[in-house]
Design a protein around this ligand. Structure first.
Ligand code: NAI
Ligand code: MG
Length: 326
């Protein structure tokens, strides 16, 4: 069965790492077709909108989407795109590789981030001169959906530790509901889990990441804690992610368009290639996904490496080395 993949490189290093991922996917000789769409700052400048309708449709109709990064228009691109694929879960694995000099080499954590509401509900207002508000939306349905996804993910992927992040002592109504529902789901699954206040959790993640496996988070907490974990394992160049819905999904590196290095050809493609591996998993190409992960891991171990990892290789060199191993 042919799978159609929408490919949206976006801005900055998105333009550099996305072709690398397509090249790797093409090398596997699977029944995949690729259709490319435009989004981001450059398109906004040209056409007045960051996410043209035809790109939206491409993502809606494809079996999965591969997204690079957008720049200043990121929120206008990625939030609607996550919506288009109906994604309610953002899966962000942060894993240290033995060969790399990670701040915390024992890190192997998967953040399962609620992807539709919380403080990213987009409901903001200027209520008076110099006074602005934000409405934090938490629903029982979305909380249950993300908690079920998180506990199921832990079970399927052999994680013993599940932690529910929250701040219900302060946000009593909203996180109170999130916590109550997530705990109920944990009890239904009949597994042990912990709950953690998200601020204290940030500290514990830095000091003792080995104590954590799957961390189920409200939207903003998941965004921040996963970037924090990126720092523990060697930087944003390594972190892939999946935005998963009922029957569609979008895969993207956690990093942005990295304007500081864009155009230099030195972006680390690993995060993007590992996102492509997650896409393969999603399409039930588990063996190929594992092969891509092994090849990336092999190159991370033996080089070549991009400057963010202390090397002097370019994106193309790393991609070629991964292709070689495949
Ligand atoms: P960023 O992730 O683009 O960059 C942060 C730092 O990490 C930079 O020093 C960058 O050089 C480095 N970095 C990131 N990815 C790398 C890679 N693959 N290889 C080597 N180094 C890498 O985040 P920043 O600087 O906060 O945002 C830059 C732009 O990206 C902004 O316009 C922001 O809105 C956008 N952004 C877009 C996202 C998306 O499209 N999903 C996510 C985050 C930011
Ligand atoms: Mg972020």
């Amino acid at each position: 069965m042919t799978h159609e993949i929408a490919v949206i490189p976006g801005d900055g290093i998105g333009q550099e790492v996305t072709p690398a991922a397509v090249e790797v996917l093409e090398s596997l000789d699977l029944d995949l077709t690729f259709v490319e769409g435009e989004a981001g700052d450059a398109v906004k400048e040209e056409r007045g909108e960051a996410l043209p309708d035809e790109t939206r449709e491409l993502a809606a109709e494809a079996d999965a989407t591969l997204f690079g990064a957008a720049g200043e228009t990121a929120a206008d691109v990625i939030l609607p795109l996550r919506d288009v694929v109906g994604s309610f879960a953002n899966v962000r694995p942060a894993r240290a590789y033995p060969a790399l000099d990670a701040v915390q080499p024992d890190t192997d954590i998967v953040f399962i981030r609620e992807n539709t509401e919380g403080v990213y509900s987009g409901i903001e207002a200027e209520v008076d001169d110099g006074v602005r508000t934000l409405t934090r939306v938490v629903t029982e349905d979305a909380s249950r959906e993300i908690a079920e996804f998180g506990f199921r993910y832990a079970k399927r992927n052999g994680f013993d530790d599940v932690t529910i992040a929250h701040k219900a002592n302060v946000m009593r109504e909203t996180d109170g509901l999130f916590l109550e529902v997530a705990e109920a789901v944990g009890d239904e699954f009949g597994v042990d889990y912990d709950t953690a206040l998200m601020d204290a959790l940030a500290m514990h993640l830095v000091m003792n990441p080995e104590d954590y496996g799957v961390v189920i988070c409200p939207n903003l907490a998941g965004d921040m804690l996963s970037d924090l974990a990126a720092g523990l394992v060697g930087g944003l160049g390594l972190l892939p992610s999946a935005n998963v819905g009922e029957d569609n999904a979008l895969f993207e590196p956690v990093h942005g368009s990295a304007p500081d290095i864009a155009g230099e050809g030195v972006a680390n493609p690993s995060a993007m290639l590992l996102s492509a591996a997650m896409l393969l998993d999603h399409l039930d190409y588990g063996d190929e996904a594992e092969r891509v992960r092994d090849a990336v891991e092999g190159v991370l171990a033996e080089g070549p490496r991009t400057p963010d990892l202390g090397g002097d290789a370019g994106t193309d060199d790393v991609t070629a080395a991964v292709l070689d191993r495949l």
